[in-house]
Design a protein around this ligand. Structure first.
Ligand SMILES: C[S@@+](CC[C@H](N)C(=O)[O-])C[C@H]1O[C@@H](n2cnc3c(N)ncnc32)[C@H](O)[C@@H]1O
Length: 170
């Protein structure tokens, strides 16, 4: 959180500036994915995970801090200054992940689990996320899920919202 606040003064990485709000709206919101994975019975050990449009590292970095070596994380981010922050953070926190500094449309790999938050409208981003995924796509949504999609409802005292859940059939 301190690094996010320090870089934010120069690089404007997030509009959320107050400590409690950073914890709730960035860290806990990101970690709500863990609840959804548990609810859906997904075993995370050994999964390759990709966070698309990671920005300042949400939700990918809190997931990596939480799961550690259990997951293999890749962050995809198109904007160079955000990639620089993510690379710096990796060294500073001593956590291991890969940053692909390019548009997700140009990524030519696939991952077991693809996650994303605030990347764009569901109809527009889902084809892209599905293309990058071998098995699952989870999208953090603040508001309700469009009809026809499976989801997890997060209803914690300070964190509420929906996570769109998609399991790809092979
Ligand atoms: C609104 S921000 C959300 C950042 C972060 N996921 C979060 O929830 O705090 C969207 C991010 O996605 C990145 N982005 C948008 N389109 C992208 C694309 N096609 N490929 C990779 N990154 C993209 C933007 O540069 C930006 O950092």
């Amino acid at each position: 959180m301190e690094e996010l606040k320090r870089w934010n003064k120069v690089h404007n990485l997030t509009a959320i500036k107050e400590d409690r709000q950073i914890v709730l709206r960035h860290f806990l919101d990101s970690l709500s994915l863990c609840l959804c994975l548990e609810e859906k019975g997904i075993e995370v050990d050994g999964l390759s995970v990709c966070d698309v449009g990671s920005g300042a590292g949400f939700p990918g970095v809190p997931l990596k801090i939480y799961y550690g070596d259990r997951i293999d994380l890749t962050l995809v981010e198109a904007v160079a200054k955000k990639c620089s922050f993510l690379e710096y953070l990796k060294i500073k926190l001593g956590v291991d992940y890969r940053v692909l500094c390019k548009e997700a449309q140009k990524v030519q790999e696939s991952f077991d689990l693809v996650v994303s938050r605030a990347l764009g409208k569901i109809d527009k981003i889902l084809p892209l996320l599905k293309r990058l995924s071998k098995s699952y796509v989870l999208v953090i949504k603040g508001s309700e899920i469009p009809e026809g999609y499976d989801y997890c409802k997060i209803d914690l005292p300070d964190v509420k919202g929906y996570i769109l859940f998609l399991a790809k059939t092979r």
